[in-house]
Design a binder for this molecule. Structure first.
Ligand SMILES: [Zn+2]
Length: 380
């Protein structure tokens, strides 16, 4: 929920809860952002001066070529960059498509302008529209897609370094990725925090769910301030972990898989340029994306995808839905049946869990109505 204008600047205090266990060996926030700038300069110089190896790793610029590379066993640090396109088949509307997506359905909330619903200052004064929308879009009403389970398989095979997602639907977690496997660049519904700087008490998903579904505006039980899911609103910074992990992950990446994103939102979009020059990059999307602007390319601002030029040597575009692309990929890897079985099992598990929750709610409701109006017991 952040755009190009909201890249954290050195002067700004990053509004996030530190995660000490993950950052004990990391530098400070300021240094992390400073490093980002250094990386940028390093990349700029290396592309301008033609430094860095452009070794051809793939034998063919196709999904087959990428599958052969994975099967060769040389690929152990895969990064996935994913966006809204991986969740559309789960039924989640795309937040960023004007007209077709979410913004079109916001009229009923009487907002001054649609984006206000995700603007932190507006939210602090008028939280109602956001929570009404959150109820409609509540994570957990949806099941992860084939694509989500494909990423889970990469983890299970021990070759996923991390998945960077722009989505806030938590479907990566539902599919079995854990905190350390994930960078939720635009935050998550999974945890929530009190908005008061002095308090910042954390709340879990169940707590927030209860509030959202009882149409109550979530208030902190310690200080009565608003409680907000940890999704990144306009006017807020990206999580610190995004910057610290990026610095560690991208230089080590040996295959970048980009799925379901048109790579138009910064700083997420610039991540494709952060892998080494020999690192193959595959895009599975409904359209080509991330290509370098030809003029900027001439000026030496490289890093964009190059699928088609004479110089193309590492970028592969597979134009399809993310689910179809992942099935095709899995087939080439010899994992197709395993993937389909995983999806079947997990969806059945989620369905039966939903069924059990429904039943326990119904019986709780019956029990409470029974206590109000005791039913006469049958004589024995
Ligand atoms: Zn509080």
């Amino acid at each position: 929920m952040s755009d190009a204008t909201e890249l954290p600047k050195k002067e700004e205090k990053l509004e996030v809860t530190p995660e000490p266990e993950e950052q004990s060996d990391e530098s400070s926030e300021d240094e992390a952002v400073g490093e980002t700038e250094m990386d940028f300069l390093r990349n700029l110089f290396s592309s301008t001066l033609g430094l860095g190896s452009t070794e051809k790793v793939l034998d063919e610029l196709t999904l087959e070529g990428v599958a052969r590379y994975i099967k060769s066993g040389k690929c152990k640090n895969i990064l996935c960059l994913v966006g809204a396109g991986i969740s559309t088949s789960a039924g989640i509307p795309d937040f960023r498509s004007p007209g077709t997506g979410l913004y079109a359905n916001l009229q009923k909330y009487d907002l001054p302008y649609p984006e206000a619903i995700f603007q932190i200052d507006y939210f602090k004064k008028h939280p109602e529209p956001f929570f009404a929308l959150a109820k409609e879009l509540y994570p957990g009403q949806f099941k992860p897609t084939i694509c989500h389970y494909f990423i889970k398989m990469l983890k299970d095979k021990g070759i996923l370094r991390r998945c960077y997602t722009q989505n806030i639907d938590t479907l990566e977690r539902v599919a079995g990725l854990e905190g350390d496997d994930l960078i939720e660049a635009h935050g998550t519904f999974y945890t929530s925090h009190c908005v008061s700087f002095c308090c910042r008490k954390e709340y879990n998903l169940d707590w927030m769910k209860e509030k959202i579904f009882s149409d109550a505006i979530p208030k902190c039980d310690k200080c009565s301030s608003l409680v907000k899911p940890d999704i990144v609103f306009f006017g807020e910074n990206l999580p610190v972990r995004f910057f610290t992990s990026m610095k560690m992950d991208f230089p080590r990446c040996d295959l970048l898989i980009v799925m379901g994103t048109s790579l138009q939102v910064q700083p997420f979009a610039s991540l494709v340029g952060r892998v080494s020059k020999s690192c193959p990059r595959v895009l599975i999307n409904m359209e080509k994306a991330g290509q370098a602007d030809p003029v900027l390319g001439l000026l030496g601002f490289g890093g964009g995808m190059d699928f088609d030029s004479d110089k193309a040597y590492r970028d592969v575009a597979h134009i399809s839905t993310c689910d179809d692309g992942c099935l095709a990929f899995a087939e080439l890897l010899g994992w197709k049946e395993e993937l389909q079985e995983l999806v079947k099992q997990e969806h059945a598990r989620i369905d039966s869990q939903d069924e059990r929750e429904k039943e326990s709610k119904e019986s709780a409701a019956m029990a409470s109505s029974a206590s109000v109006e005791p039913q006469p017991k049958a004589e024995e």
